[in-house]
Design a protein around this ligand. Structure first.
Ligand SMILES: [Zn+2]
Length: 412
């Protein structure tokens, strides 16, 4: 299969991309616009990019909002309470059904790589066992990374450490954590040391829900970064949310950034979720409750954006479209400057792939997997401005999804 008339990010002119079985066989510059033959996919002088990535979602919780009760306060903490009630009636089949349905929604929007956090504060590990099966069953649609995520804490939950160990033994790819939710500061610190040791011993990646609060005293990020630095694991470690950084004073943050850069860790922000859940204890002026995405990016560190929730106890909206989160995130994080707009797709493609450690399994380069998207616009800026879409998703050299843009008929 050939893709013709393709624009590639960072390269001038048009290109033809030849797919050979499951790999990208060649990328050739085109001198002029080509006419499509029946075997060709015509990009129509729009962007062709590597698939979108969802670096942070909770597939075990999606599509449960209002069951049995709605989160009325809109806080993170009521979300955790509502989820604890829903968890009581959760079954293996229920989780698989909702996860599969959500994965279809993600794939419909051009996402082919997903990292899901799965709640392991459950003596039966029901969600984890279900998600390990789902990971195999959806390989034709997405690559799924599973995080052993201790929603109710490691040190604060009965047998929390043993459940984390079991989750890794059962096939979790990534070790998670939630230090700001542990009962005491000391437990938060020891939970980070425990999970880093577990990851180092088992070869897992790390992705910690870190300082997801407006409390400026929540400072577990420095503990995570220092553990990563000392162990030389930075590239394999991710700090998700870090919303407390939006409330840190600048003097502390200046010092913190030095350590963060030395550590080499990655960052995920979920701006739609954070602006909804945080700032809930403020009157006015009201904080945005989002981490310093632009500043992390400008300091040369790796940061990407995720959806976090789709219709669950924490967030009632969402439809799988990561471009919606990108557009909102650029507003929320003060990133609508021209330079940011010109490379904004980094936040849902290359930066996210780096966070997930996809390496040579990702990217529009000869020899890499034949996974790519045909988009509806010629550049990053226009993609966001026009609220564009992924029109075609190709995976393993085959068309996985084709979207027909809506048509407007002018009648006068
Ligand atoms: Zn999360």
């Amino acid at each position: 299969m050939n893709i013709i008339n393709a624009r590639l990010r960072g390269k001038p002119g048009l290109h033809r991309i030849r797919l050979d079985a499951e790999r990208i066989a060649a990328i050739e510059p085109q001198a002029e616009v080509l006419a499509a033959s029946t075997d060709d996919l015509d990009a129509k002088q729009n962007l062709v990019v590597a698939p979108f990535v969802e670096p942070h979602i909770h597939l075990d919780a999606t599509l449960t909002a209002g069951e049995p009760k709605w989160n009325m306060s809109g806080t993170l903490f009521e979300g955790i309470e509502r989820w604890a009630e829903r968890k009581e009636i959760t079954t293996h089949e229920d989780i698989k059904h909702r996860a599969r349905k959500t994965i279809d929604m993600l794939a419909d929007h051009g996402i082919q790589h997903v990292r899901t956090h799965v709640d392991v504060t459950d003596p039966k590990l029901t969600a984890l066992k279900a998600m390990v099966e789902v990971r195999d069953e959806v390989r034709h649609l997405i690559d799924l990374q599973i995080v052993a995520f201790p929603q109710e804490g490691i040190e604060s939950y009965a047998n929390g450490r043993a459940l984390m160990e079991q989750a890794v033994a059962l096939g979790a790819d990534v070790v998670g954590g939630i230090p700001h939710f542990e009962n005491t500061r000391d437990q938060g610190v020891s939970s980070v040391k425990f999970l880093m040791e577990l990851a180092e011993r088992t070869g897992c990646l790390v992705d910690v829900h870190c300082d997801e609060t407006d409390d400026p005293q929540s400072r577990f990020l420095e503990v995570l970064a220092e553990e990563a630095r000392v162990r030389g694991m930075g590239a394999r470690v991710t700090a998700s949310h870090t919303t407390a950084m939006g409330s840190y004073d600048n003097a502390y943050c200046y010092k913190l950034f030095r350590l963060l850069k030395l550590s080499g860790i990655n960052f995920v922000s979920c701006p739609t979720e954070s602006i909804h859940l945080q700032g809930r204890f403020d009157s006015y002026p009201k904080r945005r409750g989002v981490t310093r995405v632009a500043e992390i990016d400008r300091a040369g560190m790796n940061v990407c954006l995720g959806q976090d929730s789709i219709v669950d106890p924490w967030y009632p909206l969402g439809n799988g479209n990561i471009l919606r989160v990108l557009e909102a995130g650029l507003h929320i994080c003060h990133m609508l400057g021209y330079e940011d707009l010109q490379r904004c797709l980094d936040l849902i493609t290359d930066n996210s792939a780096r966070t997930l450690n996809l390496g040579e399994r990702y990217g529009i380069e000869v020899g890499r997997p034949a996974n790519l998207l045909l988009l509806s616009a010629p550049d990053d800026y226009e993609m966001v401005r026009s609220q564009g879409h992924a029109l075609v998703s190709v995976r393993h050299g085959k068309v996985l999804m084709r979207r027909t843009p809506s048509q407007v008929e002018r009648l006068a």
